[in-house]
Design a protein around this ligand. Structure first.
Ligand code: PGA
Length: 318
């Protein structure tokens, strides 16, 4: 193993992460032949195959799995070393790997943009996926920090709220309920409901809210994205419950109405989280401090919501 280089281990890790030589090459800005050559050299050093291909998928061999375990250790130590040395140098530099649930994409990139302008030496990567997948990443300790709508009960994490995340009932402006006041949840349960996919935090929270009142949404269609749901609402396919953040910025003005339903908005919050026991890098700590200002930072974004009458990014009453 002594003749393998760090670069080869990096290439190996990228292939494991993406399950693909092509995507690993893209991520590392290398050509595919270079990636294959690096893996060939690494395989020669180990003396055993590291991957096996079945159909179109590649899998780790037992030797590959051992190497992957060792790699996780090596890279964690390297990151810690970089962290200690940048701390010694008093520098706010390094890499921040952030993974967020789908709905957080409505504010996380803007927060990151402002953060990067403040700390140009910090490189940022952002992974966006639904709750289930983000939790898998958290368990595998693949990122520095996570943003999600509810800390997991089943995993030991450090978690803290930093922003409100109210869920509202959305319908087309032409919907018969659009101008009614004090609509009951029972009435909402009769409507065709457009639901997020299994594994979505929004879906879990919505179904729990209905269940607490002995009700169930009448799911007509499942869609894998907030944007698709908004389009389907405008298209008259039904109503839905989504985070008010989904109304930020790109809303086609005047096509969606927030219904006045008893018990709404469902009060939720955004949390940052990381595995308990994880030693946060300096960069991650700097980002956490920065997150405390998130509510004020996001207020600056212009809020023109015809028909909504409330800025989605502000707490109630603003
Ligand atoms: P989702 O999560 O984007 O997976 O629905 C959002 C949330 O947990 O509030």
């Amino acid at each position: 193993m002594r003749r393998s280089t760090l670069r080869q281990l990096e290439v190996f890790e990228a292939i494991v992460r993406f399950g693909s030589f092509t995507r690993a090459a893209e991520e590392l800005f290398l050509t595919q032949p270079t990636v294959s050559l690096q893996i060939k050299k690494l395989t020669d050093v180990v003396g055993l195959p590291l991957f096996e291909q079945i159909g179109k998928k590649i899998y780790l061999t037992d030797a590959g799995k051992e190497l992957h375990q060792m790699n996780l250790d090596i890279f964690e130590r390297l990151e810690r070393f970089e962290m200690v040395t940048s701390n010694m140098k008093g520098m706010k530099a390094g890499k921040l790997r952030l993974a967020v649930v789908t709905t957080a994409k409505y504010f996380a990139p803007r927060l990151l943009g402002m953060f990067c302008r403040q700390y140009p030496e910090i490189d940022v990567s952002l992974e966006v996926s639904n709750r289930e997948h983000i939790l898998e990443r958290l368990v595998k300790n693949q990122d520095n920090l996570y943003i999600l709508g509810q800390p997991p009960k089943e995993i030991d994490v450090i978690a803290e709220t930093f922003l409100e995340n109210p869920l509202v009932v959305l319908a087309s402006v032409n919907h018969p309920l659009a101008n009614e006041k004090g609509i009951t949840l029972k009435r909402i349960a009769k409507e065709s409901f457009l639901s997020r996919e299994f594994g979505s935090g929004t879906r879990i929270a919505t179904e729990r809210f209905f269940a607490d009142q002995g009700l169930k949404p009448n799911i007509r269609m499942e869609l894998g994205s907030n944007e698709a749901i908004k389009q389907a609402i405008v298209g008259g396919l039904g109503i839905s419950i989504l985070s008010r953040h989904t109304l930020a910025l790109d809303m086609p003005t005047g096509q969606l109405a927030v219904l006045d339903v008893q018990g709404f908005p469902i009060k939720r919050h955004w949390y940052y989280a990381y595995p308990a026991g994880k030693q946060l890098s300096i960069v991650a700590q700097v980002f956490l401090e920065y997150l405390q200002q998130a509510p004020q930072l996001l207020v600056d974004v212009s809020c023109h919501y015809a028909n909504i009458g409330h800025c989605p990014l502000l707490p109630e009453g603003n």
